[in-house]
Design a binder for this molecule. Structure first.
Ligand code: FES
Ligand code: FES
Length: 181
C-alpha cells in the first residue's frame, strides 16, 4: 500500500508498505530519517518517540498505515518546529532550545536515547512552560537511558524550562508553551 503523510512539515509518500510495517521502519528505512532510534521494538524504551498529530508515540508500535493523512514530527524536525512555535524568540540557533539545553547540561553520552527524550521533553515544555520535577519525570517516564543516571537529563530539561521562562519574561516566547530514578 501507499502511505501519504506529513513529516516535519513536508508531504511524504511511501510505496509498497506492507501491513505490518511500523512507522519507525518507514521513517528510518524508506524516508532516510534515522534520528528516531530502534532499540527494543516493543514500546519499552522510548528511543523511537515521535509526535503523531502532536502526541508523543512509540513509532515502533504504530503501523505505518495509521499515519495516513497525519502529521509526524521527528527529532530531525525539532528545530524548525521550535522556530515556527517560538517565532523570533527562537533566535538563529540551528538547534531547538531543548537540544541546546541537553548539550549545555551534558545530558548526552552514547546518545541513543537522546532523540526520543528530546521529542518527549519538547512536547512537555509546550504544555508545561514551568514544569515541576514531577511533570518532567512523568513526561519522560517512558524513555529509558542506560548511560546518564537521568540526573543530567533532568538538569537539561530544567535548563530548557528556565530559558523558556526567561524568554517569556522578556516577551518573546510562546505562552503555551523515563525518568524514574
Ligand atoms: S524502539 Fe520503540 S519503544 Fe523501544
Ligand atoms: S545517553 Fe546512552 S542510553 Fe542515554
Amino acid at each position: 500500500m501507499r502511505v501519504t503523510f506529513t513529516v516535519n512539515g513536508r508531504r511524504q509518500e511511501a510505496d509498497d508498505v506492507w501491513e505490518g510495517e511500523s512507522l519507525l521502519y518507514v521513517l528510518r528505512e524508506r524516508l532516510g530519517l534515522p534520528g528516531s532510534k530502534n532499540a527494543c521494538e516493543q514500546g519499552e524504551c522510548g528511543s523511537c518517540t515521535v509526535r503523531l498529530d502532536g502526541v508523543p508515540v512509540c513509532s515502533c508500535l504504530v503501523a505505518a498505515g495509521q499515519a495516513e493523512g497525519r502529521d509526524v514530527l521527528t527529532v530531525e524536525g525539532l528545530a524548525d518546529h521550535a522556530r515556527r512555535r517560538d517565532g523570533a524568540a527562537a533566535g538563529d540557533d540551528a538547534l531547538s532550545p531543548v537540544q541546546r539545553a541537553f548539550i549545555d547540561a551534558g545530558a548526552v553520552q552514547c546518545g541513543f536515547c537522546t532523540p526520543g527524550l528530546l521529542v518527549a521533553a519538547d512536547e512537555m515544555l509546550e504544555h508545561h512552560p514551568s514544569p515541576t520535577d514531577d511533570d518532567i519525570r512523568e513526561a519522560l517516564s517512558g524513555n529509558l537511558c542506560r548511560c546518564t543516571g537521568y540526573e543530567k537529563i533532568l538538569d537539561a530539561v530544567r535548563l530548557a524550562a528556565a530559558r523558556q521562562e526567561s524568554r517569556a519574561d522578556t516577551g518573546g516566547a510562546h505562552e503555551g508553551g523515563a525518568i524514574a530514578s
